[in-house]
Design a binder for this molecule. Structure first.
Ligand code: HPA
Length: 236
């Protein structure tokens, strides 16, 4: 593949997708055994390792729809079947706060990528694999992790030009509790390719309240999300 040098036999059917390559390395080092680095192209690291006796791959995706789309398409071409994205998001809701974990039940988007895919004729409802969502929810209950099942906005914009507060209020009213930049593409591409996917997001920023987790707090909330994703992806 152009962006992934991982060989088919070095890839698990089960893939965890962090955005940040160094987060991928952190997961491989701290949560997996028998680790092999399988991708280094553009430093977008990929790893294969064992988690509780099962082979799991990690492939970092970079930020935004174009980047995750490239890696997801190539992983699907290589034969991977189940994907859990673990990412961060910024809350726009009073009831969703720093450190909360969101299981994303649907993703709206301001990106044109689905307009192009569907000839501008429909607004596609990007949704996860229900089985993976249910698995992750049950796994979280077993681990005693609190999760929020919610819709989010997948945006192409991180730094907005104008004041967005009235838009944030409107979106929140319709159940979009947080903003991130990848999930709508993950869900749409997965559905079209008949593979399973789910996004789990940790709230690291509160866009309206203008709060952010410190670097150490980001790591701690990450650990719960990593455990949840690994346990959910290996459970049938
Ligand atoms: N906006 C979009 N994506 C994000 C944010 C944000 O504020 N925080 C983490 N991912």
């Amino acid at each position: 593949m152009i962006h992934i040098e991982t060989k088919k036999e070095e890839l698990s059917l089960l893939v965890i997708l962090p955005g940040d390559p160094l987060r991928g390395e952190y997961i491989a080092k701290n949560f997996l055994s028998n680790v092999k680095k399988t991708n280094s192209i553009r430093n977008m690291f990929g790893f294969l390792g064992d988690y509780k006796g099962k082979k799991v791959s990690i492939q970092s995706t970079g930020m935004g729809i174009p980047s995750i789309s490239i890696y997801l398409n190539e992983l699907i071409m290589l034969g991977a079947k189940k994907f859990i994205r673990i990412g961060t998001c910024g809350s726009i809701s009073d009831s969703t706060n720093l450190r909360d974990l969101i299981l994303v039940q649907s993703a709206a988007t301001d990106s044109s990528f689905n307009k192009i895919r569907f000839n501008g004729e429909i607004d596609y409802p990007a949704t996860p694999s229900f089985e993976l969502l249910l698995n992750a929810y049950k796994t979280a209950l077993n681990l005693d992790f609190k999760t929020i099942i919610s819709s989010v906005l997948t945006s192409d914009t991180f730094y907005y030009e104008s004041d967005m507060s009235s838009r944030f209020k409107l979106w929140e009213k319709y159940g979009l509790t947080a903003i991130e930049m990848e999930t709508a593409a993950l869900y749409t591409i997965s559905k079209g390719a008949n593979v399973d996917s789910l996004s789990i997001l940790s709230v690291t920023d509160h866009i309206v309240k203008k709060e952010s987790l410190s670097p150490q707090e980001r790591v701690n909330s990450l650990n719960d999300m990593i455990t949840l994703s690994l346990e959910a992806i290996i459970s049938e």
